[in-house]
Design a protein around this ligand. Structure first.
Ligand code: SF4
Length: 130
């Protein structure tokens, strides 16, 4: 397992002002019913897990049309999930958001560079394409 570098203070400060993070704070939900309303339910899950060398633009653009962007990002930050695109954010963007989130009272979740069971769970819960 490799660890991502810690975000710099100016990156965390910018993350605290990011409208996506503010929306996540406002729309955080304790249940996961939002998952069924995600745009990604009808898209190939691989779209949301581009390789580190690939652009994430397609997934981020889809997320921006999604009504549950806030709860989705909140979930990813609660889970400390650093893989894939969640709530229109890339893993790199979420590293700074993670620090801001924890400072705002979120759980002390670890930021790791390997997929965990939560990522696999997401892959399994998505509706397969026909
Ligand atoms: S914000 Fe993106 S990843 Fe989250 S549910 Fe919507 S489409 Fe899926």
């Amino acid at each position: 397992m490799t660890r991502a570098r810690m975000p710099r203070p100016h990156e965390v400060a910018a993350a605290r002002r990011d409208p996506r993070l503010l929306r996540a704070m406002a729309e955080r939900q304790l249940d996961e019913a939002w998952r069924t309303r995600g745009v990604c339910q009808s898209v190939d899950p691989e779209t949301f897990f581009p390789a580190p060398s690939e652009p994430a633009d397609a997934a981020v653009a889809l997320c921006r049309t999604c009504r549950v962007q806030g709860p989705c990002l909140a979930w990813a930050l609660d889970a400390g999930d650093s893989h894939g695109v969640w709530g229109a954010t890339t893993p790199r963007e979420r590293r700074a958001m993670q620090v801001a989130w924890q400072g705002a009272g979120g759980p002390d979740a670890a930021v790791v560079d390997e997929p965990g069971p939560l990522v696999r769970d997401r892959m399994l819960t998505l509706v397969p394409l026909s």
